[in-house]
Design a protein around this ligand. Structure first.
Ligand SMILES: Cc1cc2nc3c(=O)[nH]c(=O)nc-3n(C[C@H](O)[C@H](O)[C@H](O)COP(=O)(O)O)c2cc1C
Length: 314
């Protein structure tokens, strides 16, 4: 199905669907090609890539809970050399825009990885992951406005015309800043899209062994449990900043059905990403196209973009 109601664009990139696959949940880049047709997707976000190869945290590092899943993968990835060598040549053949996700321990590493990813044919945007709860220093850049400003200014300066999206944490407790404050810093520093959000820091305990379920002790919760939390954050950032700034929101958090995607769009997201939903149903991102397109038409709109932020508040 090729439905015009789903066509949209973010930061100048045309998409055939507002549904993308979220970082770290679709393999490194090309693995989902075995189970679905990527041309039916709005895009694929790569696994977050770091400068060096990372083995990630010890196992167990994924567990499924009643309302989603918890992970502490710890950014396992082939490193930028391995990515450029093994996955880079596939990017332009995937049939949908590729967004290169970047993580790192220091500003120079982020800049180097972003620059190399941005030069790959088929990589249309960079997503700066400044919100990983599962690695030491993973949240540092995303919660400190001064560090965020330096990082995003340096990255966006280095990648030139390729747009950069900044992926924030849903949790700003313990910092004096709200997510709107941090999003404002990101935009003022050159971000052309805001990915809201990463996982919610969480923990599970096996009551029989009395041990933490994840070897890392804590992890990040995703899936349906976090969806209403992220809907509120999208709403706050859209109304408080992104709408007037004209910067698109890319929502991630518990999308498993077309209704979840529609809810994010009404709250202010231009597009959505699916993470945990692909683990539960690997083709969910493609299957929900039909329901979403029908919803757009029954709302009297010709394009999904007409419904962005259209929640009725009175
Ligand atoms: C197994 C797993 C691995 C993830 N790896 C990354 C990653 O490498 N980089 C990143 O920015 N987010 C990562 N995430 C977070 C997702 O991209 C997404 O932001 C989050 O899971 C919320 O969406 P969801 O509820 O649809 O899963 C990961 C999530 C899961 C479940």
């Amino acid at each position: 199905m090729n439905d015009d109601a789903l066509r949209t664009s973010i930061a100048g990139i045309d998409l055939t669907s507002p549904i993308l696959l979220a970082a770290g949940t679709a393999g490194v880049l090309s693995e989902m090609r075995d189970v679905l047709d990527p041309s039916k997707l709005g895009g694929i976000v790569t696994k977050s890539i770091t400068k060096e190869v990372r083995q990630g945290n010890p196992f167990p590092r994924i567990t499924f809970s009643r309302a989603g899943m918890m992970n502490a993968i710890g950014l396992a990835n082939p490193g930028i050399d391995g990515f450029v060598r093994d996955e880079g040549p596939k990017a332009a053949t995937m049939g949908c825009p590729i967004i290169g996700s970047v993580a790192g321990d220091c500003l120079d590493d982020y800049v180097e990885v972003a620059t190399r990813l941005a030069s790959i044919d088929g990589v249309r945007a960079i997503e700066a992951n400044v919100s990983c709860p599962n690695v030491h220093s993973g949240l540092e850049f995303g919660s400190d406005p001064a560090a965020l400003k330096d990082l995003i200014s340096a990255m966006s300066g280095a990648i030139g015309d390729i747009p950069m999206f900044v992926k924030l944490s849903p949790v700003t407790v313990g910092t004096p800043n709200t997510i709107v404050d941090l999003a404002r810093v990101a935009i003022e520093s050159g971000a052309r899209g805001l990915t809201l959000t990463n996982t919610v820091p969480a923990m599970g305990i096996d009551v029989r062994t009395r041990k933490p379920i994840l070897a890392n002790v804590t992890g990040g919760l995703s899936g349906p449990a976090i969806h209403p939390i992220v809907v509120r954050l999208v709403h706050l950032v859209y109304r408080g900043l992104a709408k007037d700034a004209g910067v698109p929101i890319i929502a991630a958090g518990g999308v498993t059905r077309w209704e979840d995607a529609a809810e994010f769009i009404l709250a202010g997201a231009s597009v959505v990403q699916i993470g945990a939903g692909s683990f539960a149903s690997p083709r969910a991102s493609v299957k929900m196209r039909k329901g979403l397109a029908k919803w757009v038409r029954t709302q009297g709109a010709s394009s999904v973009s007409d419904l962005v932020g259209q929640v009725k508040l009175d």
